[in-house]
Design a binder for this molecule. Structure first.
Ligand code: MN
Length: 358
């Protein structure tokens, strides 16, 4: 396992590479080319420049989150073939730069949904939160305006203003897409890219839908153990894997996270680990990583990963805003650094207990 942090690049992130380098036990970053639109080719030169920048700061470029999949591919429009050809070219260029992990998602319209970006917790920290009540009451086209006021002036991935200006058009694009069509389009995409993934040993990790149920009537296909296994079996290749995101799959309390990890043995190339605190099954907030601050048993989650031989990058996921930091909601330095340290502590303890047979 390699502990990493997500980094949004020089232009967008308030957190600097030199700061990440000083978090004990964090040796890599997960990042992307932020000037790229879904469907565009990433050149080898651009990838090389990004990698060099990260390496010059003393860190590894441990994986890409994300190479976004275009709506044309998700919906299956006429532009799909060209976009898949471009995606393959991007993977080829990543492979040539010795990058072997790509995270992506197959969610229509919204990458992720929260209804509050700065809910105050009893200790005075703020965190992202979700209530179904708020989602049911809101017009999805207004969602962006409501949230952007709390984004601390940052551009949130998946919620870029250019994209949000097209929300109505996007909903129309997906009007005829049900779960079955979306799933078939995903399988079509994966089958097309598997040869290049095999050639360069690039592991694709699909990010689960967040939250793990349908919002605004849009189809969701990566929400449970059963649905993920269906995808694993449809394209039965080690390069077709899952980014195990506890904070996304865990939104549905019916999902037994350690059990799903064990069922996916060998198919988890990347892990996002965070804790949620549930106030009711449809009202949750993003807690500190520690088990005692939320609902999940973080020890059992880490143990399941350890037991199944997980050896990919892991990153603490969203953190709270603490100590007066002003940053992209969920992506400040301090709470994620605490999370990384805590998760590394659990990992060391689990490993040593096994070595010593206790
Ligand atoms: Mn995640």
């Amino acid at each position: 396992m390699e502990m990493t942090l997500r980094w949004y690049g020089e232009k967008f992130d308030t957190v600097k590479l030199w700061q990440i380098r000083q978090i004990p036990g964090v040796t890599g970053v997960i990042t992307t080319l932020y000037n790229k639109q879904p469907g565009e080719v990433w050149t080898q030169d651009e990838i090389h420049a990004l990698k060099t920048q990260v390496e010059e700061a003393g860190l590894n470029l441990s994986g890409i989150e994300s190479v976004n999949v275009s709506d044309a591919i998700k919906v299956g429009t006429a532009e799909r073939e060209q976009h898949i050809a471009n995606y393959i070219e991007t993977l080829e260029n990543l492979g040539k730069e010795d990058i072997h992990l790509v995270c992506y998602n197959f969610m229509p319209v919204f990458d992720w949904t929260r209804t509050e970006l700065a809910r105050k917790r009893p200790d005075g920290s703020t965190c992202l939160a979700y209530t179904q009540e708020a989602v049911d009451a809101i017009d999805p086209e207004k969602m962006f305006e409501t949230l952007s006021a709390d984004s601390n002036g940052t551009v949130m991935p998946g919620w870029e203003p250019e994209r949000m200006a097209r929300v109505k058009e996007l909903f129309e694009m997906y009007a005829d897409i049900d779960e079955e069509k979306l799933f078939n389009n995903l399988v079509y995409f994966l089958k097309a890219i598997m040869p290049v993934c095999n050639k360069y040993d690039i592991k694709m990790g699909i990010h689960p839908d967040d939250p793990a149920w349908s919002v605004f009537g849009l189809p969701r296909i990566i929400t449970s153990k059963e649905k993920i296994l269906k995808l694993m079996n449809a394209v039965d290749d080690v390069h077709n894997g899952v980014t195990f995101c506890t904070g996304s799959l865990g939104t549905n309390l019916a999902n037994d996270l350690p059990d799903i990890i064990r069922a996916l043995k060998g198919r988890i190339p990347f892990a996002h680990i965070r804790n949620l605190n549930f106030l009711s099954p449809t009202n949750f907030e993003e807690a500190a990583h520690l088990s005692s601050d939320g609902t999940f048993d973080m020890y059992e989650i880490m143990k399941a990963l350890h037991d199944t031989g997980f050896d990919g990058p892991m990153r603490p996921d969203h953190g709270r805003m603490i100590w007066g930091e002003v940053a992209m909601p969920g992506y400040g330095l301090y709470d994620r650094a605490l999370g990384a340290t805590y998760l590394n502590g659990l990992w060391e303890a689990i490993g040593k207990a096994k070595e010593r047979g206790v």
